[in-house]
Structure formats: C-alpha cells, structure tokens
Ligand binder design. Sequence first.
Ligand SMILES: Cc1cc2nc3c(=O)[nH]c(=O)nc-3n(C[C@H](O)[C@H](O)[C@H](O)COP(=O)(O)O)c2cc1C
Length: 353
Amino acid sequence: MLNALWTPTTVGGIPLPHRLVMAPMTRDRSTPEGVPTELNAEYYAQRASHALIITEGTQPSADGQGYLLTPGIHNDEQIAGWRKVTDAVHAAGGRIVIQLMHTGRISHPDNTPHGRRPVAPSAIRPQGAMFTASGPQEMPTPRALSTQEVAATVDDFRRAAAAAIAAGADGVEIHAANGYLVHQFLSANTNQRTDRYGGSLDNRIRFAVEVAAAVADEIGADRTGLRISPGNPYNDIAESDTAELYPALLRALSPLGLAYLHIFHAGDEDLLGTLRALWPTTLILNRAGTDIAARAKDVDHGTADLVSVGALALANPDLVERLRSDAPLNTPDPATFYGGGVAGYTDYPTYTV
Ligand SMILES: Cc1cc2nc3c(=O)[nH]c(=O)nc-3n(C[C@H](O)[C@H](O)[C@H](O)COP(=O)(O)O)c2cc1C
C-alpha cells in the first residue's frame, strides 16, 4: 500500500528519500519578538523523517505579522533562532524550508511589534475577528500600500529569503495562498487598485510574480517554492475568475524555473488538472482533510509529485514510520493548535508496540 509515496525524488536541488511532506502550520509558540526557541527546534526535529518540512508561516517584515507569537525572519535574533531549528532538523537527518507569510490585512495592530495599522492592496476591511493578547478583536480597515511601498514589500521578501538561507534553511516557500497578502493581490474582491498592481488579471498577478522573481534571483530558483489555494474562500477571499487567473499566474511563473508549486486543493478537479499540465516542475498537493491513502493515490496516478499533510503530521512526529508499518495514528487536538507550550506540541507520543 502507498507504494509510490515511498519512492525517492528531487525537489529543486534537494534529494528527498520519499514524497510525504509536512505542510506549513502556524503554532504561535515563538517569543514575543518573533524568535524561534529550543522548543520550536525540538518540535521540528521530531518530525525530521518527513521528506521535507515546510515551516509555519514566518513574517518577512514587521508589517507582515498578523498573529501573536509567530516567528519572523527579518532580524539577526530571528536568524539565530531559526539557526537552532535548521541545525536540529539537519542533525536529525531532515530538510526544511521556511514559509514566508505576509498576512497583509489579516492582522491587528496589537499583534505587531510596531502597533501600526495593517497594510493591504486596498483599504477593504476583512470580515472577522483576530485573536489578540486582550482577546478577539475586529480586524480594522487596512491601509492601501502605495505603488512605491509595493516595490519595498517585494524587497522585504527578497531580504527575508536571504535571511532564511543565512539561517540554514534549505529554501523558502512563498505563501500566496489562504487569503494573506499575496493572495489579496490576486483576488479582485481584495484588490481594487488602479495602478499596475490592480484591475486586469495581468496586473493582479504582478505582485506574486515580482516576489517570486526577486526571491529566486536572491537565493536561486531551485530553492524557491510557492503555495497557492485556488478558490479557497478562507480569510474573506471571494474569487470569481480562478479558471483564468491561476493558469495565467502559472504561465507567468513558469519561466522562473521554481523548485516547486504547492497547491492547497479547495475542490476544483478540472482546474487542478489544468494547473498540473501547465506547471513545468514539481507539484506538491495538499488535498485538505482527506485520508492519507486518498492522497497517496494522487502520486500513484501522477496528479501530484509529492503530497503534504498538516494536522496528522502535527499529531504524529513519526507519521512516516507509522504509515509505513500500518500503525495507528494519534488524533490531533485542535485545542492546542495555536499557542501554549509543550502540551499538544512536542508531547505527542511516537508509536511503541
Ligand atoms: C494549526 C494549523 C496551522 C496552519 N498554518 C498554516 C500556515 O502557517 N501556512 C499555510 O500555508 N497553511 C497553514 N495551515 C494549513 C495547512 O498547511 C493545510 O493546508 C491544512 O491543514 C489542510 O491539510 P490537512 O488536512 O493535511 O491538515 C495550517 C493548518 C493548521 C491545522
């Protein structure tokens, strides 16, 4: 069972022993300064037998922070913190890429180091509340970035990618999914700009392509991945043109020769097939919420090259060994997903007979 999943492959320049990837998961357990800790290093090292670890979303700048206690990768203390994590994962035989997540309008001033109003493509307030130190609060209307500031934000991603490599990461994943800043540029309901970053489809994909080009130029395309989530309404996204937008995005990204594309699959099988056919390099698929046997079939059938797993990797440090030996799996506990300490983080047991 699950045979194709266990065959080796290469992503970008990185040889991988099999094809089961740990999906990026925010855990809100860094320091208030966004510095990863020894505990974070232990958590990731426990999961080093995954083919590749994609870390939790990590802010490329102070403006990029949306949630409490998320890590950053834009100053020396954060680089030193990440170095502990990458060293621990490498010592345990693993490979790790840092996900660069700028949350854009999905933020609250209380959660950022500078207390400023969140920034976004346009000044459109997201529905919903954000958890802050004083409890849930409505997210405010963000401030629209000026055209010049958009270019500066592209540079923030470039610098953060360089910092990730300086911290010992094997690469970075640009988070262009799930309603955060890059996705906010893609979607017309969050991007009503009238400059070259808004309006037409070519303009709306421009920011994503510029970020990818800058990061690839800085650290090498073979160390650069990008995550999308076509049709995912999470974080108040309402896309009406996925069938045109995502193929256009992939056509524009293709010449860059990125290491991989990571798709959070929201259900449109036709679009998934189109994107698979268009994409020239590795495809990692996250078929959210389905069992692993179903995901493994995507590798068997050639729908994906690798599959990523979120909650079950969180709850099973030895997920790979358990699947290979048909052992039972621990159940993820949502109460400890976000914030806290050891409980529900590093204390999920490995399997013993
Ligand atoms: C606790 C938690 C935190 C998450 N944080 C992120 C994140 O930081 N970046 C991201 O791209 N996706 C994030 N996700 C989404 C996962 O990467 C994944 O797509 C989702 O959990 C569905 O896959 P699964 O059914 O295997 O869990 C998160 C999911 C969970 C459960």
